[in-house]
Ligand binder design. Structure first.
Ligand code: ADP
Length: 485
């Protein structure tokens, strides 16, 4: 099995342009999930290092906010090019710490670069308004200003691209950042620091701190110099961060959990639906917040859909992400496998039929077989809980109303998908689904041009699209009087 080294594998924090260790010298081991072997270490930092990073970001903000929009645009373009020039190296590093296939990792690096470019452009279009004035002698201007120091906390499932949707708009808007990547996958986060240096961003504009999540999070949420918290991760942690940020009334953006339904109606193109189901279920081994958690299939095509989905699932090539042809890598760690095992056992005990998979993969470690479970019922735990693994529970429904009701029966509201050939039904169902994102006859819908985000307990704010920069800008109303009649 390949184990490569990378010039972007930085085993230190980036604070105020210096690569430094934790004050205590403590470190955290980073494990390659495909081999179970140690890949390297990163600093186990706490409040003091985080405070210094925030102070550096605040000092840098005083000059960075005054740079011209064109200057920022040029640097972001350089950052984009630095990412794409090193796509292969960055993807290998991502695969080694995260486990996903190299093909998916290269895709993630490409979309990271694409977000940077998108926001480089959007920064130039962060328009204000000149509003028709109700007074003859006054004018009304509405301008947009950078919010200030931004704290970004990100998860392990997309360790590069989750940061691109935060760092990209923040820098384009004129903000500076303190980043805290997930401890399982810190290198793709630290790589952003190295890439920003390479592109020529001034010191302190991008700072990256690894370590104890609670301590770093507490400092980021309570330090008054931080003006905005942007987080991607679990709803549970998101709620804690919102509460903690309340003490200093920070702006918050939250990309939280999902419980995506995937509806297939009798009139759908079944092969297309199976193709969409494969990507919506198994991308990143099922470890995405927009991965299908529940399949709802109409009675008339239920058996055929289950059989075809099981057949396609069996064909997936499982292995180390760095090996040629691998389509599905390991889960992130042992805990993730145990959670999947629990959910599958729960389903079995409640009458679920395991059509394929249902156990750990022969490769051992944290590899798990792609699994399809038929006869799923609403009492099973995955009706409410995120699976975050390669398990596809398939429920049967009879009517359209019933399907929409089941799909909405969750506190989450991130992504959903449905397949139908009936235009009237497409509009009815699309309007009936209480979700932030809807794929109609499509199973993979993320793109930089569109606003990614959820409703209900799936989050606040949007990333991507023209909306994605708004959270990093403050609106200022200016009334200019005494202009004469
Ligand atoms: P996941 O279940 O995907 O690991 P988490 O919400 O637990 O999602 O973690 C997402 C990110 O939030 C990670 O960077 C993690 O270290 C961080 N995190 C976890 N707990 C806290 C906390 N109490 N304060 C701040 N950050 C946290």
């Amino acid at each position: 099995m390949l184990q490569k080294t990378s010039p972007y594998m930085r085993q230190a924090n980036l604070i105020d342009g210096q690569w430094v260790q934790a004050d205590s010298g403590a470190t955290i081991d980073v494990i390659n999930p495909a081999t179970g072997l140690k890949l390297g270490i990163v600093p186990k930092s706490g409040r003091a290092e985080t405070r210094r990073a925030i102070e550096a970001a605040d000092a840098a903000f005083q000059t960075w906010k005054k740079t011209s929009v064109l200057e920022r645009h040029k640097l972001l373009r350089k950052l984009h090019d630095a990412i794409m020039d090193n796509q292969q190296t960055l993807a290998e590093l991502l695969t080694m710490e995260q486990g996903k296939s190299l093909t998916e990792a290269k895709g993630e690096i490409a979309i990271s670069a694409a977000y940077v470019l998108w926001f480089a452009e959007e920064g130039r279009r962060a328009y204000g308004d000149v509003v028709p004035s109700p007074w003859a002698d006054r004018r009304i201007l509405v301008t947009k200003e950078p919010t200030g120091v931004v704290a970004a906390i990100t998860p392990w499932n997309f360790p590069s691209s989750m940061l691109s949707r935060k760092i990209g708009p923040a820098l384009a808007a004129g903000c500076t950042v303190v980043v805290k990547p997930a401890s399982q996958t810190p290198y793709s986060g630290l790589a952003w620091g190295a890439l920003a240096e390479e592109a020529g961003f001034p010191k302190g504009v991008v700072n990256v701190v690894t370590g104890a999540a609670g301590e770093i999070g507490d400092e980021l949420c309570t330090n008054p110099l931080v003006k905005k918290i942007t987080f991607t991760g679990s709803t549970e942690v998101g709620k804690v961060l919102i509460q903690k940020s309340a003490s200093t009334v920070k702006k918050v953006s939250m990309e939280l959990g999902g419980n995506a339904p995937f509806l297939v109606f009798d009139d759908a193109d079944i092969d297309r639906a199976v193709e969409g189901a494969m990507v919506a279920k198994y991308r990143n081994s099922g470890q995405t917040c927009v991965c299908t958690n529940r399949f709802f299939v109409q009675a008339g095509i239920y058996d055929e859909f289950v059989a075809k989905l099981a057949e396609a699932s069996q064909k997936l090539k499982i292995g180390s992400g760095l090996d040629d042809g691998t389509q599905q890598g390991p889960l992130i760690d042992e805990k993730a496998v145990e959670k999947v095992e629990e959910l599958v056992e729960d389903a079995r005990a409640k009458g679920g039929k395991v059509v394929t998979g249902g156990k750990r993969h022969a490769l051992g470690g944290s590899f798990y077989e792609p699994t399809v479970i038929a006869d799923a019922t609403t009492t099973m735990r995955f009706m409410k809980e995120e699976i975050f693994g390669p398990v596809a529970p398939v429920f049967k429904f009879t009517t359209e109303e019933e399907a929409v009701k089941l799909a909405n029966d969750t506190e989450y509201g991130l992504a959903c998908y449905f397949y139908t050939a009936d235009l009237g039904r497409a509009f009815r169902v699309m309007e009936g689904l209480k979700y932030g994102m809807v794929g109609v006859n499509e199973g993979l819908i993320t793109t930089v041009e569109a606003p990614f985000g959820g409703v209900k307990e799936s989050g606040l704010g949007r990333e991507g699209g023209h909306q994605g920069i708004e959270d990093y800008l403050d609106t200022k109303y200016v009334c200019i009087g005494g202009l004469g009649a």
